[in-house]
Structure formats: structure tokens, C-alpha cells
Design a binder for this molecule. Structure first.
Ligand code: NOJ
Length: 871
């Protein structure tokens, strides 16, 4: 069902004209995609045992064609995967987006991931996950295609950073894990995506003329940054994973045996199923051997011709012996076990909506030339009171960057002049642009597949007008040429935006990434701020933005009294903002990325998008571990606003203690051996299991897994004779491996989650006027003199207080696990605690990555306040 956004996306609509043509740069030396075979069987983790034994019982009754049928979508626009209805296994509905239910009526348009990350609030993140899960269930989907943690947010200009939670692996990891928990508790399978390195949109896709770009990532950087949120998601029990469009170290993610078999399934012990991103699947046998379990949406790279790399081709490949039946059985068992694991065999609702039309009746096979019609929409309202959660997230994400002279909050008795088209909903309607691929009016989300339809959009101007009798609204992005001189006390609120999205659409010259607008506010927003500040003494800037902006042309202007980032607030953009503007609530959002003074405060590899090259575009992670604040701290570059920054209307004090919990050894204790996995016959099945049923009426473009009798018989003859062998990749083997030392449970060796230290922090509201919520952030600084280069500080945990009245206090506890104190040792291929034996780690506690005034020492167990921050 999640196909609508792909209409324009299949052929990578990147503008070549805008790019600089450079000769092909080959994958640089040292970046390797090593072979890893075979695909590890699923089912060896105790918590999945029951689901796998039920799956084994069902799968052992399936014919070959039933098995191959459930491993693929039935074709773009057709909706869903194939089924094994004879045995009660339904077509599964896989639906976007990371922020709700996409392409559906009567749903909530939640704030985007980046907004959710900016709350730094675990309870709210989880509550949003529960609500999203409830809505998916109410609409009858099986699989939620979120959360997104790849991109991680390495490049400020990256198009889809806003779908994830911020430019830090731990923020992404904890937010993803809580979202997954919330969603999956509702019986919906969550999908962690996109594995991995999808840090820019342009040139991401393989097409007949060019491979997708290669993200070249070294082993340590992979483990300590980009894989970290995936590991935490697997640890949280995520049911499915989606591969990325691009390649990593020269090998396409959808057929990357090292990433899927080696990292995801063996090292991280992933027990669910792995799907391809839409139309990214470029081979048949190779991807199966590399560990792909589900081919979405079923078609080949170029859709709508009725061709598939799997379906009938997978049936043929099993009959002729190229794909071992053992591999097919594992794919199918993983899918069926995940379905059981989340209770979808028990009263799971069937889909009650169509992504293709809002009418009650529609085409039953939308991609077919001639299709019967029938009811496709039942208009089930799943919103319940989720607007309250959406509003709370939007509100608690609002990040106060500047508040000169405590100018904010405003009073409702003052005269307000509001500028900027973003204050008001798009006059054509909030859903006027397909997949929100335009930037008109209030910007509640980016564009592409990661969106939902607004049931309504509560815009800022309506909310402001509800409270303030004297409001003048200038619904323009250019400062009016004739404007009477305002009185010295008048306040101007200026709304500015910056948008981005998926490469399937180009908006105002931006091909998904912000390749045209860069870090400037759209529609000359910066000029609007400057011009307004020429006239008004008091200017408040409100930004609706996918990510960091270049604020330098006006941020130091003393007339710009306050700056608020709403991020992407979703449907609740109005009340949430008014609550902050007028002081009902103190702002408590914090930046999920740093805002630099200059774009090139970051190295070229981060600051700039990779442009066109003949052959494969190379995106080399030459900065290694040093992205966002890790880079700035290393280079001693002061950003304009650091990661984690966010002001309140009140002030807080922090008082911490540190307790040692579990003593650590250099590496985690030896892992337990894998448990048993389902056992099936490995004989090639009879060809008749793949014959077309007698008299079957085929629909063109619908993808089937049956073969003509002749084709099936011929393939079977080859397979049984064992003569014609597939040209297997280097390193191919069929002997299951015991698994690496770093593995042993979901997410890795279970000891990685042992709590090493606990840090209770007593937070006090030391102000005397406003209540507020404090963000407590814990950053670790590794011991001196260790043989590993480590970033100055790294976020490892965070908590948020409840609303504290002046003088009130609360104790929250942050924790550090073994993994939090480890580095990935590329020689040992394991997590190593470099400070073992009592070396001093410093755990810095504060409210931003550059506001760390309390230090706790792991060697002495002492915490000290009033320290000079390490950055
Ligand atoms: C492509 C996107 O990259 C992915 O995130 C999405 O889930 C699928 N399309 C399905 O729409």
C-alpha cells in the first residue's frame, strides 16, 4: 500500500544539470564489503522461540509457490505482499510513514522524528509510538515502515534527516527503541530503516544507467555511529528492517552479505525479516544469498511490466538449485515468525483503506489495465485523542535559542504584527501537494514517503489570534514596501521555513536534499527577518525547519529578541506554539543537532553533498567518528548553538552522585551458543508445487510466484541433476556459523547492556517566576592515555524532569552501560572497555553539549559541580 510516493521516484529524479561533472572516483582503498555467508537462520533467541515453533509448523505445510509468494510484494500500486491464504497466512500490509499512517484518511499527522528528538523526553517519545501503533492497527496495517534512523543526520543538507531523531547515535537509538516498543505493543511490526549510509538523497538509487552512490564507511565508524541505533532497535526487538537504496563500500545494500548476514543477522542477532527499499532490489539469487527476506514492492527496478526478481524467478531458482531451499525456508520462517510474534494470527484487522483513492469504491488491482471495482475505503477514524500527544510533542520540542533580556514570554495585551506565509496554513489546503511536495504555508513536515495527510492543521496565526485581540498579519514573505513606522513597543513575529524531503520529488530546485536552498531560510526568510528588524525594536523569529539554518545575517542583531525553532510540528503547530509564546509553558526543547556559524565549519565530506560522477558516486566518510558536535569539539570550533542547546524561562541547578553497579572486564563475557532453529527437509521440492493452478485468470502486472509447467519441469531437472551450478559469490558457504563474540543476543552480546554506572541527578528549579522542565544530558569523556582516539564528549543518556514549580526539585537517573563505555576494536572485532582497571571516565552532566558544569568520576565515585566544561 505504501506506493504512492514512488510514482516519480523510480528513476531517481536528480538534476544532473545542477551538478558538477567529475570523473568517477572508485571506492577508495580500505573500504571493503567482505563476503559473509551463509545467511544465519532465525529463531535461536529464547524470546522468539514460541513464535518460531509456530512458524515452523505452518511453513512446513507450505508449497514452494506459497513460500515464494509471501516473500514479495505483489506489484507497485497493487498493495501488500503475497499470501498463503490456504493456510490462513494473509497478504501483509506494509505502510509508511515514520510519523503516522501515510496516504490514509482520519489519522493524526504527528510531529516529525526530528521534532520528537528535540523533546529529549523518553516518556513522550514512547507515548507517540503507542499512538502511532494504535493508528496503524486501527487501519489494519501489519507493518509500520518506521522509525527511520538512517540517515543519522551526518550532513546538514541531507534530505531525510527530519524523519529521524537527530544527529547523534544515542539520541537516535533511544528514540527509535522507545518508538518500536510503543508501536509493537499494539501488535504492529515496526521497521528500522534504512540500513545503512543513506546520508544524502541525490544519486541514492540504482537505475539502468548508474549505480546508487557508495557510502564508504570504516568498521569502527560503522559500529560507533551509524549502526548504533540499529543495534539498539534490534535489542528492543524490532520485527523488520529495511535496506537502503545506496551501496556501502561498493556493494548495494539490498544484496550486501556483510551487512545483512554478517552484521545484522549474526552480530546483532536480528530475528525478524529484512526487506528491500522500494524498487531497490537489483538481483535475484545474490540478494537471497546475502540475506534479503522480502522483496518490495515486488517489481524489478523498472516497475509495471509484470517482472520480478523473485516471485516466479525465486520459485525457478529454488527448483534449479541456485537458491538452496534452506535459504527460502529461513526467509519464509522469519516472516511468518514475526507475524506470530506480534500476535497477528489473532484477530488482526484487515486493511480498511486504500492509498490510491479517497473514494469509497476504487480499483481492486490499481496497477492493472482493467480492474474490477469494489469498496476500498471504510473511513475508519483512528485519531482518538492523539492530538493531545501530538500537541505535547510539538510543544515540548520547541527550542528557545535566544531570549535577550528575557523578552519572552509575550503578554496577550501587546500589539502583535505577524509576518511570513508560514504563519498560516496553505490556502489551497494542508494536503494540496502530493506527498507534501511543496513549501506553502505552515511547514508541519517535509516531503516524500515520510508524511501523513493532515486531518486539519492548527496554524500559528489562528492560535495567536485566539489569544491576542490586537494582531496584524502580513501574509507575505517580502517585507511590505510601504509600512507605517511601528511604535517602539510593537512586537513583530517573523515566520521562516526550510524544507527537505525524498529524492522522488524536486521542490523549488531542491532534489530532496537542500542542494539549492542550502542552509538559508526559504523564500528570502532571512531578508524578511533583517528588514523587519530595521523597523521593529522587538522581533521574534519562529522557524519551522527540517534542520539547522544559517542564522548569521541576523542572529546578533539586538532587535532580534527571541528565536524559537518549532522544527516540524505536524498538525498541532498553533496551540503548541502559543503556549510557549505567551508563557503558559516554558520551552523545554533542545537542539537535536548543532548550528554552526559557517557551513564550512564542517569538513567537505559533511558540509557538502556529493555531486554527479560517471559511474558510481563515492561518498566517503573521511571524517570518521567526527560528525556534528564531535567534529566541532575536536577542532575547537564554537558553533552558534551547540547540540543539546535549549533555553527555558526559568533556571535549574543540577546536583549529581554516581554509583558503580556492574564491574566491567576488558571485553564482554563469552557469549552463549545459539539456540536451535527450525529444521526442514532440504530436498528440492517437486516441480508441481510451482505449477499455475488450472484455469487461473491472471491479471497483468500482478506478480505471481507460479511457473509454467515446462519452465518448472526444466528447472527441476537441472536442480535434481545438480549439473549446472550458479556462479556463487566469493566466500560462499552453506555451513551455519556459531556467530561472532560480539553477538549472542538481540542487539549483540547481552552483557553490553549491563549497567556499569548509575547517576542520580537532583534538579531544582532555581527561578522564582516560571515553572519548567529541565533536560538532563549525560556525556561521557573517555580516560586519558588510552590507545583509542575518542571524541571529547559523547551523549550516552538523557532524562527530562516533570514540570517543576519555582523551588521544586526532582531526582532523575541517567545510566551508563558497558557499551556506553566501550570502543569498537577493529582487530578484536569486539567492544573493548579501554578504561578497565579503574581508569577515570568523566561523566559530564548538563543541559547541552556545551553546558556541562557537573563532572562525575568513575574512579573516585565523586561528582563535582561548578566545573569548567571540557568543550
Ligand atoms: C522509499 C523510502 O525510502 C522508504 O522509506 C519508504 O518506506 C518506501 N519508499 C515505501 O514508500
Amino acid at each position: 500500500m505504501a506506493y504512492r510516493s514512488l510514482v516519480l521516484g523510480a528513476f531517481a529524479s536528480t538534476s544532473l544539470a545542477a551538478s558538477v561533472v567529475t570523473p568517477r572516483d572508485p571506492v577508495p582503498p580500505g573500504f571493503v564489503a567482505a563476503p559473509y555467508y551463509p545467511a544465519p537462520h532465525g529463531g535461536w533467541v529464547a524470546s522468539w522461540e514460541e513464535a518460531y515453533s509456530k512458524a515452523e509448523a505452518l511453513v512446513s505445510q507450505m508449497t514452494l509457490a506459497e513460500k515464494t509468494n509471501i516473500t514479495s510484494g505483489i506489484g507497485i500500486f497493487m498493495g501488500n505482499t503475497g499470501s498463503a491464504e490456504r493456510l490462513g497466512f494473509p497478504r501483509m500490509c506494509l505502510q509508511d510513514s515514520a510519523l503516522g499512517v501515510s496516504s490514509a484518511d482520519n489519522v493524526t499527522a504527528f510531529p516529525a522524528g526530528i521534532t520528537t528528538g528535540a523533546t529529549f523526553d523518553k516518556k513522550l517519545i514512547y507515548a507517540r509510538g503507542v499512538a502511532i501503533g494504535e493508528e496503524h492497527r486501527g487501519k489494519g496495517t501489519n507493518v509500520y515502515l518506521g522509525p527511520s534512523v538512517g540517515p543519522l543526520g551526518r550532513k546538514p543538507l541531507g534530505g531525510r534527516n527530519w524523519e529521524g531523531f537527530g544527529s547523534d547515535p544515542v539520541l537516535q537509538a533511544k528514540a527509535a527503541a522507545l518508538t518500536i516498543k510503543g508501536v509493537q505493543e499494539q501488535g504492529i511490526i515496526a521497521t528500522i530503516k534504512h540500513l545503512i549510509g543513506n546520508e544524502q538523497e541525490m544519486y541514492r538509487m540504482y537505475n539502468p544507467f548508474q549505480p546508487g552512490y557508495s557510502a564508504n564507511i570504516d568498521d569502527r565508524t560503522l559500529h560507533e555511529l551509524y549502526l548504533w541505533p540499529f543495534a539498539e532497535s534490534v535489542h528492543a526487538g524490532v520485527g523488520s528492517a529495511m535496506t537502503a537504496y545506496n551501496a556501502v563500500n561498493g556493494s548495494a545494500c539490498s544484496q550486501h552479505s556483510y551487512l545483512i548476514n554478517g552484521i545484522l543477522k549474526d552480530e546483532l542477532g536480528f530475528q525478524g525479516f529484512v526487506m528491500s527499499d522500494w524498487l531497490s532490489h537489483i538481483s535475484g539469487v545474490d540478494s537471497a544469498l546475502a540475506g534479503l527476506d522480502m522483496n518490495m514492492p515486488g517489481d524489478t527496478n523498472i516497475p509495471l511490466f509484470g517482472f520480478s526478481n523473485w516471485h516466479y524467478e525465486l520459485s525457478r531458482s529454488v527448483l534449479n538449485g541456485s537458491v538452496p531451499l534452506d535459504r527460502l525456508n529461513d526467509m519464509v520462517t522469519r516472516i511468518v515468525a514475526t507475524w506470530y510474534k506480534f500476535g497477528q494470527d489473532r484477530d488482526h484487522p484487515r486493511p480498511n483503506f486504500s492509498s490510491n483513492t479517497r473514494d469509497r469504491d476504487g480499483l481492486l488491482y490499481p496497477a492493472a489495465l482493467f480492474s474490477p471495482k469494489g469498496q476500498v475505503n471504510w473511513f475508519v477514524n483512528v485519531q482518538a485523542d492523539h492530538y493531545l500527544i501530538a500537541r505535547e510533542v510539538a510543544q515540548d520540542a520547541i527550542t528557545l535559542l535566544k531570549n535577550n533580556g528575557s523578552f519572552l514570554p509575550l503578554t496577550t495585551s501587546q500589539s502583535l504584527h505577524v509576518f511570513g506565509t508560514a504563519a498560516q496554513v496553505n490556502p489551497d489546503g494542508p494536503n494540496a501537494c502530493m506527498n507534501r511536495a511543496c513549501n506553502k504555508g505552515t511547514l508541519g513536515m517535509g516531503w516524500g514517503s515520510g508524511v501523513a495527510d493532515y486531518p486539519y492543521l492548527d496554524d500559528p496565526i489562528s492560535a495567536i489570534r485566539k489569544r491576542v485581540p490586537d494582531v496584524k498579519f502580513f501574509n507575505t514573505d517580502g517585507f511590505p514596501w510601504f509600512h507605517p513606522t511601528p511604535s517602539p513597543d510593537d512586537v513583530a513575529i517573523v515566520f521562516i521555513t526550510s524544507d527537505a524531503g525524498e529524492n522522488s520529488f524536486t521542490v523549488e530546485g531542491n532534489n530532496g536534499d537542500r542542494n539549492s536552498a542550502k542552509l538559508a531560510a526559504w523564500h528570502n526568510g532571512d531578508e524578511l527577518v533583517r528588514k523587519t528588524a530595521e523597523k521593529y525594536n522587538n522581533v521574534i523569529v519562529v522557524a519551522q525547519t527540517v534542520g539547522p539554518l544559517d542564522l548569521e545575517s541576523w542572529i546578533d542583531n539586538p532587535r532580534v529578541k527571541g528565536v524559537l525553532f518549532q522544527h516540524l510540528p505536524g498538525q498541532e503547530a498553533g496551540e503548541s506554539l502559543a503556549n510557549i509564546l505567551f508563557g503558559d509553558v516554558s520551552p523545554s526543547g533542545h537542539l537535536p543537532y548543532s548550528i554552526t556559524k559557517r557551513a564550512n565549519d564542517f569538513p567537505d565530506s559533511i558540509a557538502n553533498l556529493r555531486g554527479f560522477a560517471f559511474g558510481q558516486v563515492q561518498d566517503t566518510y573521511s571524517e570518521g567518528l567526527y560528525i556534528d558536535y564531535r567534529w566541532l569539539n575536536k577542532e575547537k570550533i564554537r558553533p552558534r548553538f551547540a547540540f543539546g542547546h535549549g533555553l527555558s524561562y526559568t533556571n535549574f541547578s543540577f546536583d549529581a552522585t554516581i554509583e558503580s553497579v556492574t564491574p566491567l572486564s576488558l571485553v564482554p563475557p563469552a557469549r552463549a551458543p545459539k539456540g536451535s532453529t527450525p529444521v526442514y527437509s532440504t530436498e528440492i521440492p517437486p516441480a508441481s508445487e510451482a505449477y499455475w493452478p488450472e484455469g487461473f485468470n491472471r491479471i497483468w502486472r500482478y506478480l505471481y510466484s507460479w511457473l509454467n509447467k515446462n519452465d518448472a519441469d526444466n528447472a527441476y531437472a537441472v536442480g535434481i541433476a545438480g549439473v549446472k551450478k550458479y556462479n556463487y559469490p566469493a566466500g560462499y558457504s552453506t555451513a551455519q556459523k556459531p556467530g561472532p563474540a560480539a553477538g549472542g543476543g538481540e542487539g549483540g552480546n547481552p552483557a553490553l547492556w549491563d549497567i556499569a554506572f548509575r547517576v542520580p541527578v537532583t534538579v531544582k528549579n532555581t527561578g522564582d517566576t516560571f515553572s519548567g522542565r529541565a533536560s538532563v544530558q549525560a556525556y561521557v569523556q573517555y580516560p586519558e592515555g588510552i590507545p583509542y582516539d575518542t571524541p571529547v564528549v559523547q551523549l550516552r543518556d538523557f532524562e527530562k524532569t516533570r514540570v517543576l514549580a519555582p523551588g521544586e526539585e526532582e531526582t532523575v537517573t541517567v545510566e551508563l552501560t558497558r557499551k556506553d563505555l566501550s570502543v569498537w576494536d577493529t582487530e578484536l572485532q569486539n567492544w573493548v572497555v579501554p578504561g578497565v582497571g579503574g581508569k577515570r571516565y568523566t561523566v559530564w552532566i548538563g543541559e547541552a553539549s556545551d553546558r556541562l558544569f557537573t563532572a562525575c568520576y568513575t574512579d573516585t565515585g565523586v561528582c563535582e559541580g561548578g566545573r569548567v566544561p571540557p568543550v
